[in-house]
Design a protein around this ligand. Sequence first.
Ligand code: BEZ
Ligand code: FE
Length: 306
Amino acid sequence: MPYATEENLTDLALKQWEACHSPRLRQIMQSLVKHLHGFARDVDLKQDEWLMAVDWLARTGKLSSEKRQEFILLSDVLGISMLVDAMNHRFPEGATPSTVIGPFHIDDSPELPMGANVAEGLAGEPCFLVGSVRDMDGKPIEGAKLDIWQADADGLYESQLGAEEPTLRAVFHTGADGKYVIRTIAPPGYSIPMDGTVGDLLRGTDISHFRPAHIHFFISAPGYETLITHLFKKGAKYIDSDVVFGVKDKLIVEFKKQPAGKTPTGQISSEPFLVVTYDFVLSKSAAQKNGELALSEAGGASRGKL
Ligand code: BEZ
Ligand code: FE
């Protein structure tokens, strides 16, 4: 191997990664080396700038835990989360689009019956989520799992509140009619966490660090593509400047104000409330489509034999 020079270093590093056992990891690492070297050359990177960046990344790692995902936040504000999401969820026209999962999803939320209040005991404007989970032909999907989570009336998530109990998150399952009805409170727009390394970075810019009001949904059903998405409040502040690029036209919904009276869960509210109506449309998973194709081909073949 020739000794390194400024000119031949990129080629040497690329060649070194030829020795990677996995062809896919080799492809990824060689591309990363190529682009990182290109980046360093492009900006004429100074030694102290690189050491500062390494220290910043180390601090970002130390801040990350099960409850706080500073690296996901970095990926979000760089737009790479939404790019990877878009490339991996090219759903057919008519299916509900996906968006960023964000850093605040917590696994194993409590299962609640349809109609339950996920904001029990919390202050805020009452809000009812009403609709269904359907397939591309409009058929209701039975047994779809809706995992929902959101911020409280001050724009804070459970992990930021340091809550001991699950807060503003729950799991629901649809029945044969595919319908859901959930009581909650209206979330406001909020700032992404600014007390970490990502906040330090953004403070040196004029980039808005806010997200428009939204509720998160993680919807899964056997045989269908899993859908991770939000419903955004129509007309909300920051709807045109979401710091993580998460807003899509088809995910903007009216949070319709209703006068005091009968609510979608059949109770009587003494105060006005909001109703959000939305039908989620899931596309069939590739495995399901392949299975159906194989079945129809087998059927055709056996019919051909008759
Ligand atoms: C969220 O919606 O919870 C979120 C997404 C990306 C970054 C920060 C927060
Ligand atoms: Fe959120």
